[in-house]
Write a protein that binds this ligand. Sequence first.
Ligand SMILES: [Zn+2]
Length: 204
Amino acid sequence: MPVFTKQEIVEACRDKPLLIEITDLDPLIKLDIRYATKNNFLKRPVYKEARAFLQKEAAEALVKISKDLNKEGYGLLVFDGYRPWSTTKIFWDETPSEKRNFVADPKVGSNHNRGCAVDLTLYELKSGKEIKMPCEYDTFSEEAFPSHAGSTKEEKANRDFLIKVMEKDGDFKVHPNEWWHYDYKDCNKYPVLNLTFDEITNEP
Ligand SMILES: [Zn+2]
């Protein structure tokens, strides 16, 4: 079981691009950081702040997608980006074994822990309203699968549009079990991290 000390994390970060706050790059990327609220599968906040960070390259690739989407009248609504390893451990410990295909094993770590995965959906620029998808974020059932055939024609078309837009440049790939989760192409070159949001912005 990897347990990372602060020193190890600082060392691991030394030669790597830093985690940066997505909204600093693009104010039209909206946030709905569910884990900073009770509106998540644990029904309690696990983050102290509603903020979203990604590795610089991943953040820049996301901003490019966001700007392309803006031209079509849509924006990105982010549910989660970088996630400390300790949060992944909480998710695993509190998820029943039959639902663990929807959470990352802390023995391996999640791409969210590397700052290379983002959970998101679409909103309409004009109204600011979230676009309807086949199921809610963090629905731990088959409706979450990107290939799921159920739900309405409109919801499926919206989901397929999101996946197409996210994958078009080859920078992100949708998770096989979750329509909202996208992994950046170079995830493995970044280490699993356990920094809090506060520690990211206050590094010495
Ligand atoms: Zn995710």
